[in-house]
Design a protein around this ligand. Sequence first.
Ligand code: FAD
Ligand code: SF4
Length: 463
Amino acid sequence: MSKETKKTKMPEQNPKERISNFDEVTLGYSAEDAINEAKRCLQCKNPLCMQGCPVEIDIPDFIALVAEGKFAEAAQKIKEKNNLPAICGRVCPQEEQCEQKCIVGIKNEPVAIGRLERFVADYVRDTEVIEGVMKQEKGKVAIVGAGPAGLTAAADLAKVGYQVTIFEAFHEAGGVLTYGIPEFRLPKEIVKDEVDKIKQLGVEIKLNHVIGKIKRVDELFEDGYDAVFVGTGAGLPRFLGLEGENLNGVYSANEFLTRVNLMKAYRFPEYKTPVYVGKRVAVIGAGNVAMDAARTALRLGAEESMIVYRRAREQMPARAEEIHHAEAEGIKFKLLNNPTKILGDENGFVTGMECIKMELGEPDDSGRRRPVPIEDSEWIMDVDTVIMAIGQSPNPILLKDSPEIETTDWGTILADDRTGKTSKEGVFAGGDTVTGAATVIQAMGAGKRAARAIDEYIQGSNK
Ligand code: FAD
Ligand code: SF4
């Protein structure tokens, strides 16, 4: 056991260089770094870290294998529970999950569980062989949506002997991992690799299939599927309803990031799908999505890229690491400011944004101090591009044809937290479409729980 009080540092690209490329910012541990970090683990008899992992990885066991230099075995241990470890190791908010519970974290920095997970997943990337694919005899399951929720449910069901087909609306699988999170945080090659390994388990992925348009949920049952899992995410952008929101130069973060990631706008002219980015960009919001949009705008040539947020710094919802990376890259933070109007010229292009200054009042329902406008404090921000990153809602396409699936007032699907069961017989749901915009690991946890419940449901119906 090592006496090191701090996490082994993660090597990363220099901020001055990385703002002009889309290569990954963090470079990953070396074998020596990984072993040193693994030796910080106390191998607790009651490993609290595991309570913080929604997909139930046997964390101390995998870390013990890393400490012994048995990296392939460590990867195998993780894969028993998690089919997307190279992804989770990069984007999961470990500081709020396993690492928050780690005993070492009481006095020192917790063990860098996420960085170790990433290291072993990358280590076996090119060498791992998927063995022992189950015969698909237990029944047929349709999964709608190839994001982390759908992929996890599909992999877990294939592993126990189901014939699984995923129907995905886009021309690539991965959900937000592919179209939302930028290349410099999560290379698409990594996503493709982990999706390919799920296909090797026997899962079929039908791309360009929008359920609700091409087929209704009822038709999936008519096609012989015994159960349906809905993991359609929350991809419908929200706007503020401001004057000027329809001007040229106003995007939703969703559209902006999809154009860059999925349509590869950052590789124009090799890909013939450019995206317009002006010189001065304001991104409204302060979550991970906002940080991604602001950092992407900078890499696409913006001279100034700003986060505009109506609350204060401590209330910003983005991961601490993402805020730190954004600041190091030169993103400016205009906190306690709320946009009130977007201004344009006679050709319909953005020329500025009116904002009002805010102060913090009493706590609201979320427990955070409510931002209150300061009277007569309006001012004009000199910007030519505005990106809205204020949240997303579930897309209602699938639900229009299946009114029996009950939803909340927010448009999210009502599903049992433990099983994912919806109000429609044989239909289960999980991930952002149930919780609203949340995290990769929460979506995966929901996919895992639903897979278990679907197995029980089908086996129960077959009795
Ligand atoms: P999604 O990933 O949204 O996948 C849903 C899939 O369903 C999509 O592929 C969609 O095309 C498909 N679909 C939708 N409707 C249909 C239909 N009718 N028929 C067929 N297919 C359909 N979380 C983190 O943990 N860490 C981060 O750093 C992080 N950063 C983020 C950055 C951005 C820009 C965004 C947008 C989100 C981020 N998140 C992050 C949140 C995280 O990505 C989501 O919580 C997670 O992807 C939700 O998974 P899901 O499977 O429920 O949905
Ligand atoms: Fe290791 Fe921390 Fe888990 Fe204990 S809680 S087993 S120290 S990772």
